[in-house]
Design a protein around this ligand. Structure first.
Ligand SMILES: Cc1cc2nc3c(=O)[nH]c(=O)nc-3n(C[C@H](O)[C@H](O)[C@H](O)COP(=O)(O)O)c2cc1C
Length: 361
C-alpha cells in the first residue's frame, strides 16, 4: 500500500474513533480553592519550552501530509495555528523525503504561517541527514522524532527492526546541537505512553523535550487493527496513560528535560491537570482533526477560544495566574491510579499534600 493511501486511511479511522474512551485525566481531581485571590483578566497563558516562548500551552500535534488530500488538512490546521498563535507539528515527512513531489503538502504549513512555531516530524528510523532535510523542508523551529513501536508492529507493512533507534536519536541530537542549535528536538510517543526507563534513556541521549504521548486518546493499535485482515485486538489496551506517563516523568528524576503531555487531552480542565502534573505544554491531535473535519474555519477558531476559556476558568478557580502556578495546586487520584502508583513506587503525597506548605497558592 502506498504511503499516501495509508496516511489518508489513518485520518479516516482516527475520525471514526470516539472521543477518548478511557477515563484518562478524569482519574485525577483538583482540590478546590475558595479564596483564589486573583482575577480571570490577569491570566497569562504563555509557557516556555526550552528556548521557545509559546503564547499558549496548547500545540497542534503531528498528524499528516504526503498527499493532495492531506495538504488540505494541513492548510486548515496551519490557519488555526496562525490565527490562535499555537505551535504546530506536521505529520511524518518521510513521504516527502522519499518523493519530493509530496513536499508541498507539508510546506503549505509554513506558507500559511510564516512567523509561527512549526515542528518537523520523522520516525526514529531517520538518519541525521534526513532529520536536517525535514527541518529545512519547512523551515522548522523544532523537530519531532516519533516512537511508535506497537503501531509499527501492528501495521501490516510496518517496521519490525527497532535495534538502533536510540543510537539514531543520539546522532540526531548531536547533529542538531552542533549545526542547528536553534532547532528544538522533541522525541514523542504516539499514544502508548512512556516509562521512566525510556525517559531516562532519552535524556541520556541528549533529548531535552519529551512528548509523553500517553494512551487514552487516538488509539493506533485499534486503527491498525482496522486495517489488518487478522486483528491483534489484545494490544488495543497496550501502554501507559497520559496521567501515568506524567507520574513516571516526575519520578524519572531527569533534570533539564521538559515534558509535553499528549494523548486524549479533551478540554481545558485536562490541560490544567496536565500542566499541574508537570507538563510544560500539551499536544492535541484528534481534537483538531475533528474540528477541521466538522466545522468551518470561523467555528474552529471559536472552539480554540473556548478551549482557552476552559483553561482560564480552571486557573482562576485555583488561583493560578500563570501555567506553572498550577504545579502548586493539590491533586487527588482515583484508587485505581493510587494502586498503580504504589506498584511503581511513586509517592503521591507530593501531589495530594502540595497545598500544606502554602498559605495561598
Ligand atoms: C490521523 C493521525 C495521524 C498521525 N500521524 C502522526 C505522525 O505522522 N507522526 C507523529 O508523530 N504522530 C502522529 N499522530 C499521533 C499524534 O501526534 C498524537 O500523538 C496521538 O494522536 C495522540 O494524541 P490525541 O489523543 O490528541 O489524538 C497522528 C495522529 C492522527 C490522529
Amino acid at each position: 500500500m502506498s504511503r499516501s493511501k495509508r496516511k489518508w486511511e489513518h485520518i479516516q479511522h482516527a475520525l471514526d474513533e470516539k472521543e477518548a474512551e478511557q477515563k484518562g485525566l478524569d482519574q485525577v481531581r483538583f482540590l478546590p480553592n475558595s479564596l483564589p485571590n486573583m482575577s480571570y483578566g490577569n491570566i497569562s497563558l504563555t509557557v516556555q519550552l526550552h528556548h521557545l516562548s509559546l503564547s499558549s500551552p496548547v500545540m497542534i500535534n503531528a498528524m499528516t501530509g504526503g498527499s493532495p488530500e492531506t495538504k488540505q488538512v494541513n492548510q486548515k490546521l496551519a490557519v488555526i495555528a496562525r490565527e490562535k498563535k499555537l505551535a504546530m507539528a506536521v505529520g511524518s515527512q518521510m513521504a516527502a523525503l522519499r518523493d519530493p513531489a509530496q513536499a508541498d503538502s507539508y510546506q503549505i504549513v509554513r506558507r500559511e504561517n510564516p512567523d509561527g512555531l512549526v515542528f518537523a516530524n520523522l520516525g526514529a528510523e531517520a538518519t541525521s541527514d534526513e532529520a536536517v532535510r525535514a527541518v529545512e523542508m519547512i523551515a522548522a523551529d523544532g523537530l519531532q522524532i516519533h516512537l511508535n513501536v506497537v503501531q509499527e508492529l501492528l501495521m501490516p507493512e510496518g517496521n519490525r527492526d527497532f535495534s538502533d533507534c536510540l543510537f539514531r536519536i543520539e546522532r540526531i541530537a548531536e547533529e542538531l546541537a552542533r549545526y542547528r542549535p536553534d532547532v528544538l528536538l522533541i522525541v514523542k510517543e504516539v499514544g502508548f505512553g512512556m516509562s521512566r526507563r525510556s525517559i531516562r534513556q532519552l535524556a541520556d541521549a541528549g533529548v531535552k523535550i519529551i512528548d509523553l504521548g500517553g494512551a487514552g486518546g487516538t488509539n493506533f493499535a485499534r486503527i491498525e487493527n482496522q486495517r489488518r485482515e487478522k486483528p491483534l485486538a489484545m494490544f488495543e489496551s497496550w501502554g501507559t496513560s497520559t496521567l501515568e506517563s506524567l507520574l513516571e516523568a516526575a519520578a524519572s528524576g531527569v533534570g533539564q528535560v521538559s515534558f509535553i503531555a499528549s494523548g486524549g487531552i479533551r478540554h481545558g480542565l485536562d490541560i490544567a491537570k496536565a500542566l499541574s502534573l508537570g507538563a510544560s505544554a500539551v499536544g492535541m491531535a484528534g481534537f483538531f482533526l475533528r474540528l477541521v473535519h466538522e466545522l468551518p474555519m470561523e467555528r474552529c477558531l471559536e472552539e480554540v477560544d473556548h478551549l482557552h476559556h476552559q483553561l482560564r476558568v480552571a486557573m482562576t478557580a485555583l488561583g493560578a495566574a500563570q501555567p506553572r502556578d498550577l504545579q502548586r495546586a493539590a491533586l487527588t487520584f482515583s484508587p485505581e491510579v493510587a494502586e498503580w502508583a504504589r506498584q511503581r513506587g511513586i509517592v503521591l503525597s507530593r501531589y495530594t499534600l502540595r497545598d500544606e506548605d502554602h498559605h495561598t497558592l
